[in-house]
Every structure is written in structure tokens, then in C-alpha cells.
Design a protein around this ligand. Structure first.
Ligand SMILES: Nc1nc2c(c(=O)[nH]1)N[C@H]1C(S)=C(S)[C@@H](COP(=O)(O)OP(=O)(O)OC[C@H]3O[C@@H](n4cnc5c(=O)[nH]c(N)nc54)[C@H](O)[C@@H]3O)O[C@H]1N2
Ligand SMILES: Nc1nc2c(c(=O)[nH]1)N[C@H]1C(S)=C(S)[C@@H](COP(=O)(O)OP(=O)(O)OC[C@H]3O[C@@H](n4cnc5c(=O)[nH]c(N)nc54)[C@H](O)[C@@H]3O)O[C@H]1N2
Ligand code: SF4
Ligand SMILES: [Mo]
Length: 687
């Protein structure tokens, strides 16, 4: 049965074209024209080719929002820029004088442009000389990144253009709800092909699927092991490909021998027949793609789970074949570029490792410093937030592009850590929940008010052009960093093209090599795929066609074992809580909860539950219930739905409170928290 796709949107009225730029939100980075009277989609950008979601259509309201910050705030009171910046610099110096360089920490975001992400990493290592920097991408696709590096020697979310999906006969999507999280994505699925979705809920994406695997939360790893077991048993392993391109098949084959389909059914709840249908579809397809997203990745075993799906893809001979492959559906606007240029605790620009001596020497030369002066690796995002204000932890935090009071796991605890700081500086467009706690808030320019590059989920570097003048009183993040650096004795460029030129040099020769990418080329070619080592190099849409990025060019299969969620259900907390997104809101909601059309579409948080469960616990539709975990509790109205398993409740995390419940248990490799499964109880039922 072919995939059923929603009807194409009506043909756009041909309004005068404005500035060609890109959406402020997710990693699809839809192309859009911004005009004074509104937004229209671009049709020259393949990822959206004329489409936008509701958030994109209404993004213009961000530019005129009455909630916009336009003056720095010191202890909540408006002050001038010099006063704010002098205050911050003085406090940074005195805190570092007392506690050493690591007394100050920096936290970034995957929504920041490449230029900002790069500059933030340089600011931390050069101006502050702190090792304490990480960013919210650790909460996003860090597990897929770690697994991709382990298997392929390179983490490029989709190692092929998104338009390749149209040629795949079968797509298996584990833990992604792209119909709500990137609506124009669904137009790339092959209408004549099959879509198989693994999700505990019957989401709008699962409704498009030809086959839905409605697994128990936290069991994707068992599912992937079971699928590989069946694939090998039924003779679908591609022996010629494995011999030519892959190391480690035998050990993985032996490790899945015990993952009998019936055993996997008991753990996942997915019927054996559906697993067999899935394997048969993948195994007999001429071209097939396996994708993972946050549903499978945001677990304390996320890296191993993605590894298990990559093992399946490798056994079937998919990666590195045109029209086939494995990919991670990256999330934030610059989720891909944001993980390449050094705002990660263990990383230098160009996806270089901070402990690699050659990498340190290269980057230090670009920065004009002694390699020995560059700090080593710091704490990962949750561990950094958890250490704030503790005796051994940082006493100050500079935060750019994240709202952890809403979005961090165990957020009640993280809010207390933020409140324990001597100095919290937040650069933001609006007074987010985290900015409410800040000693100093710095109002910054946003997407269409400034230029910069972003790297979309395909690894295509795009140019987000400035379309409007910023309101008076705000400054760009780059100029804020330059002004602070100057006060700390360093000269940093503050214009995006100058920063990008430096980024090109810093990434030259690295895994994520941008040396050959220029603003002019991006504009002329509607984006350039990295790696692109020289201006006459065409860029690399499909990096794995001939070889993988490992030293011997072969992919690595790694045996992995399933284990239950870190916190399983029991008598006290008998239900699984899983969390995720709704169409109308973005992330912590700091931006979208301030847009009237979006709050009208999705006005408040809710807890989705099956009617059988509701009946069992005495809850009627719309009742306010209390949801409690071992870490905290929150209230929300109940929303009854047949689309969820009776043992599981779902809450979107766009509102403060949901993350008070979530479990910060971390993946040992990626340091990803277990956002997608913890144990809760639901009480109440008061109308
Ligand atoms: N509307 C909207 N779109 C967004 C965003 C947004 O906030 N709002 N954010 C962007 C960002 S940063 C990201 S990372 C992406 C995320 O994009 P997705 O990964 O598509 O989004 P999620 O809703 O987090 O999770 C996807 C699905 O995982 C399912 N799930 C939960 N637990 C499990 C599990 O254990 N196993 C499996 N297989 N599935 C499970 C959920 O039911 C959910 O339907 O979206 C991007 N696009
Ligand atoms: N329970 C649960 N929690 C989750 C998730 C989940 O699935 N479940 N998903 C996780 C994921 S995948 C992600 S990516 C995180 C995201 O969560 P956050 O890190 O909180 O991301 P945003 O809400 O996008 O926060 C961005 C903030 O920066 C501001 N901002 C936007 N652009 C700029 C800019 O250019 N400069 C500056 N200085 N500020 C800017 C915005 O106004 C906003 O306040 O949440 C994670 N938390
Ligand atoms: S799908 Fe993502 S990039 Fe496209 S309009 Fe919606 S939020 Fe923007
Ligand atoms: Mo994300």
C-alpha cells in the first residue's frame, strides 16, 4: 500500500518578493521571503520547495512582537549597554580571580548561526580560558552524533540530500513525528513507496505510514536487535557489501543471535508478524532508508540504540549507496552546524577533538594563541547545569540561545542551580523563563534582523539574509561577544562575514571542512554541502558513496545490548511518561508562546492518555490532573486519545513544568538525558 500524503497546499498568491532568507525555527530551514507585509515560502530551496508550516507562516510576528526586549536589564531594571557590559566584565574578572578560569561557564544553542556558535566557543577558550562550555544540542541529537561518529567516522545528520528520499522504496522512521515537527518533510517521501514508523503513539506521521510499530517507550534498542536478527536469519544480509565496506559484522551477528523475535515482542509489544513485514520490506527494497529521531535517541541508551539501527542498515547494505542509507533527522535550526564549530565541551571548530594535539595546534594558530593555553574538555550540558553554584562548579554562567528552566531535564533542580549562581547573564530576544532569573539580560537581534549561515539537516550550508532593520537598542550576539572580549583584553570581529572567514580557516582540514564555502557561493548555489575544502570544490552531498570517513574507509559495526529504561514503572509510579512536541509550538515556547495565532492553535499544556487508562484512574476529558515522578510534579488537563498506549502518557514540553518530571539519567557516551521515558503516576480528576 503506498504512503498516503496530505494534499499539496493551495498555490500561493504571487505577492511581490521580499528578501530571500530562512525560517527562524527548525532544522529543515525552509526558505522564505520576508516582506514588510508578511512571509511567503521560497521554491528554490529543495527542503521545503514552496512549503512552510504554521510556525513559518507566522514567523513575521516575531519581528513585531510587543514582547521584544529592547534594553539591557540589570537586576530587572533597564540600564545602558556600557553599564551592563562593564558590570558583566568586572564580575567575570573578579569571579575568575577568586575561582580560576573554570569559575565561569558558557551555554550555547543549536539555534545559533555557525558564526555565533564558532564565536561562542572561541570566546570561552580564548577570552575566558574556561573549559566549561556546552550547549543544548546535547539534549537534542547528541546520541545520533555519537553513533554516527562511531560507525562512519563522521556525523552528518543526513549524508544525502533530502530529495533522495523520493527514490527510496521503503523508509523506516524510528521515533520521529515529522508531520508535526517538520511538516514539509513529508512531501519527500516516495508516494509509491512504504513508510514504516516506530512510535508509541499513533501520531499524524504514523497515520501516513503503511506500517506502524507501536512499541513500548524505551524499547527501540530491542526492536532494532530483533529486526537485525530476522534480517540475518532470513538471508537479507548483503554479504558482498559487508565484505567490501564494513568491519565487525561477525561480532554483531553473534550478538543478535539471542534476540529471537518472540523475545523482542515480549519487550517491545510489537507483534512478530509486523517485525517480519518490516524486515521483508527493507530487505527486498531496491533502495531503502532508515531514519532515527528524538523518540529513539533521547534515552540513556540512545547511542547504542542508534548504533543498533545503523547495524541494521549496514547489514542490509544501505549506507553509501545512492538513494539508500541511514540518517538522523536533526532538530534545531542550526542543529547540524551548531554541533561542528566548538560550542561542545570536547570540541574545536571543524568537528575537531579538543584533545587532538594537531587540532589544537591548527585552531590555536588561527586564534593567535599558544596551543598550551587552550583548555581541555569540560562538562556536558546537564552535568554543567547540575554543577552551577556548587563548591566545585562554576559561579557564573553566560547563556546564549537556550531556555533551560523549561527545557532541561529535572528542571526544578536546574532552576535552583541557576538561582544559586553569583552571576547569570542571558542574551535573548524575549524575557524567557530563564531570563527571569538573570542578573543581566542582554537584548539581542534575531534571525531576519541579522545575517549568518546555518547548516540544515542535510549538511547544506545556507545563508540567512538580513531582511529588516533591528529595533533600536538591541545588539547582535556577535557584537555582544566582541564587546565583552574587548573588556577582557581581546579583539574579536563582530560582523558575520568576517567571523565566517575566520571559521573557514579554523575548519580547514577538519572533518566538517567549510574552507571552500563563501557567502557568494551559498547565494549562487542555494547552499553548499560540507565537507567543501576549496572554493573550486563542488561540496559533498553524499559523503559516503566511495568510502566512509574512518581511517580505513570502512564502516564499523559495534555489538550493543538492550537494557530497560533507567527508571522502569512500578507500583508507586505505574505509568510511562514520554514527552515531545506539538505542531504549533517550538521548543521551550519562548518564541511561539508569544505569537497569538500559535497560542490560539495550542493554548496550553495537556497530558494525553488512553480512555481505558482514564477510566481506570477516574479521570474524564478536560479534568485537571497531577502528574508526579520521583523528581517533581505538575498539573495539566487530561486529553483523552485512542492514539496512545494505555500504559503511557504523553506531554509536550513547550510549557514550564513538564521537565520537572523528566529523568536526567545520562547516556554514557553522548551524555544525552532520558527525556523520552520515566515513571509517573497520575492523580486527581478535578474538573
Ligand atoms: N513543532 C515543532 N517542530 C519542531 C520542534 C518543536 O519544538 N516543535 N523542535 C525541533 C527540534 S529541536 C527537534 S529535536 C525535532 C524533534 O523532532 P521529532 O523527533 O519528530 O519530535 P519529538 O516529538 O520529540 O519525538 C518524536 C516522537 O517520538 C515518540 N516517542 C516517544 N518515546 C519514544 C520511544 O521510546 N521510542 C520511539 N520510537 N518513539 C518515541 C513520540 O511519541 C513522538 O511522536 O523537531 C524540530 N521541529
Ligand atoms: N521533556 C523534553 N525536554 C526536551 C526535549 C524533549 O523532547 N522532551 N527536547 C530537547 C531538545 S531536542 C532541544 S533542542 C531542547 C531545546 O530547548 P531550549 O534549549 O530551551 O531551546 P529554545 O526554546 O529554542 O530556546 C532558545 C532561546 O533562545 C532565544 N533565542 C532564539 N534565537 C536566539 C539567538 O539568535 N540568540 C540568542 N541569544 N537567543 C536566541 C529564544 O528566544 C529562546 O529563549 O529542549 C530539550 N528538552
Ligand atoms: S518546518 Fe521548520 S523550517 Fe519549515 S516553516 Fe516549519 S518551523 Fe520553519
Ligand atoms: Mo532538538
Amino acid at each position: 500500500m503506498p504512503v498516503s500524503l496530505p494534499a499539496a497546499p493551495p498555490v500561493m498568491s504571487r505577492l511581490p518578493v521580499g528578501t530571500a532568507t530562512h525560517c527562524p525555527y527548525c532544522a529543515l530551514q525552509c526558505g522564505m521571503h520576508v516582506r514588510p507585509d508578511g512571509i511567503t515560502p521560497r521554491d528554490d530551496i529543495p527542503a521545503n520547495a514552496g512549503g512552510l508550516c504554521q510556525k513559518g507562516w507566522t514567523a513575521g510576528d516575531l519581528l513585531t512582537s510587543p514582547h521584544r526586549l529592547t534594553t539591557p536589564l540589570l537586576y530587572g531594571n533597564p540600564v545602558g549597554w556600557d553599564e551592563a557590559l562593564d558590570f558583566i566584565a568586572d564580575r567575570l574578572k573578579s569571579i575568575q580571580a577568586e575561582h580560576g578560569p573554570d569559575g565561569v561557564a558558557v551555554f550555547g544553542g543549536g539555534g545559533l548561526t555557525n558564526e555565533k556558535a564558532y564565536q561562542l566557543g572561541k570566546f570561552a577558550r580564548v577570552a575566558l580560558r574556561t573549559s566549561q562550555i556546552d550547549y543544548n544540542g546535547r539534549f537534542c541529537m547528541a546520541s545520533a552524533a555519537a553513533a554516527g561518529n562511531r560507525a562512519f567516522g563522521m556525523d552528518r545528520g543526513l549524508p544525502f540530500p533530502i530529495t533522495d528520499l523520493a527514490r527510496a522504496d521503503v523508509v523506516l522512521l524510528a521515533g520521529g513525528n515529522v508531520a508535526e515537527t517538520m511538516p514539509p518533510f513529508v512531501r519527500h517521501f516516495n508516494r509509491a513507496g512504504q513508510l514504516i514508523v516506530a512510535d508509541p503513539r499513533i501520531t499524524p506521521t504514523a497515520k501516513l505510514a503503511t506500517l506502524h510499530l507501536q512499541l513500548t517507550p524505551g524499547t527501540d534498542l530491542a526492536l532494532a536487535l530483533g529486526l537485525l536478527h530476522i534480517a540475518i536469519a532470513e538471508g537479507y544480509a548483503d554479504k558482498a557489501y559487508l565484505a567490501e565496506r564494513v568491519n565487525g559484522f561477525e561480532a554483531v551477528r553473534d550478538s543478535v543471535a539471542a534476540w529471537w523475535p518472540e523475545r523482542v515482542e515480549r519487550i517491545t509489544g510489537v507483534p512478530v508478524a509486523r517485525m517480519r513485514d518490516t524486515v521483508q520490506a527493507l530487505g527486498t527494497a531496491r533502495r531503502a532508508v532508515i531514519l532515527t529521531a528524538r523518540g529513539a535517541e533521547q534515552h540513556a541508551k540512545g547511542t547504542d540504540t542508534v548504533t543498533a539501527f545503523i547495524n541494521l542498515a549496514l547489514a542490509l547494505g544501505l549506507p553509501g549507496r545512492e538513494g539508500s542509507g541511514y540518517g538522523c533527522v536533526t532538530g534545531q535550526g542550526n542543529g547540524q552546524g551548531g554541533r561542528e564549530h566548538g560550542q561542545k565541551a570536547d570540541q574545536l571548530p571543524g568537528y575537531r577533538h579538543i584533545e587532538d594535539q594537531a587540532a589544537r595546534a591548527h585552531v590555536a594558530a588561527v586564534w593567535g594563541v599558544d596551543p598550551a593555553d587552550l583548555p581541555g574538555p569540560g562538562r556536558s550540558a546537564y552535568e554543567l547545569l547540575d554543577a552551577l553554584g556548587t563548591p566545585a562548579g562554576p559561579k557564573a554562567l553566560l547563556l546564549f540561545g537556550s531556555n533551560p528552566v523549561v527545557s532541561a531535564p529535572r528542571s526544578g533542580h536546574i532552576t535552583a542551580r541557576l538561582a544559586a549562581l553569583d552571576l547569570l547573564v542571558v542574551s535573548d530576544l524575549v524575557r524567557s523563563e530563564t531570563a527571569e532569573l538573570a542578573t543581566v539580560v542582554l537584548p539581542t537581534t534575531q534571525w531576519a534582523e541579522e545575517a549568518g549561515t546555518l547548516t540544515n539537516l542535510e549538511g547544506r550550508v545556507l545563508l540567512r539574509r538580513q531582511a529588516v532593520a533591528p529595533p533600536s537598542g538591541v545588539r547582535s550576539d556577535l557584537s555582544i561577544l566582541a564587546a565583552l572580549a574587548r573588556r577582557l583584553g581581546h579583539e574579536f570581529p563582530d560582523e558575520p562575514p568576517a567571523v565566517f572567514d575566520e571559521l573557514r580557516r579554523a575548519t580547514a582540514g577538519g572533518v566538517a571542512d567549510y574552507a571552500g564555502i563563501t557567502y557568494e557561493r551559498i547565494a549562487a548555489e542555494t547552499g553548499v554541502f560540507w565537507p567543501c575544502p576549496a572554493e573550486d570544490h563542488p561540496g559533498t552531498p553524499r559523503p559516503f558513496l566511495d568510502r566512509f570517513a574512518t581511517p580505513d574507509g570502512r564502516a564499523r559495526m559495534v555489538p550493543v545490548e538492550h537494557r530497560p529504561p533507567v527508571e522502569d514503572i512500578d507500583d508507586d509510579y505505574p505509568l510511562y511518561l514520554t514527552t515531545g512536541r506539538v505542531l504549533a509550538h517550538y521548543q521551550s515556547g519562548a518564541q511561539t508562546r508569544r505569537i497569538p495565532a500559535l497560542t490560539a492553535a495550542a493554548p496550553e499544556v495537556f497530558v494525553e492518555m488512553h480512555p481505558q487508562l482514564a477510566e481506570r484512574i477516574g479521570v474524564a476529558a478536560g479534568d485537571r490532573v497531577r502528574v508526579a515522578s520521583r523528581r517533581g510534579s505538575t498539573e495539566a488537563p487530561a486529553r483523552l486519545s485512542q492514539a496512545i498506549r494505555p500504559d503511557t502518557v504523553f506531554m509536550p514540553f513547550h510549557w514550564e513544568g513538564v521537565n520537572r518530571l523528566t529523568n536526567p539519567a545520562l547516556d554514557p557516551i553522548s551524555r544525552m538525558p532520558e527525556f523520552k521515558v520515566c515513571a509517573v503516576r497520575v492523580e486527581g480528576g478535578t474538573p
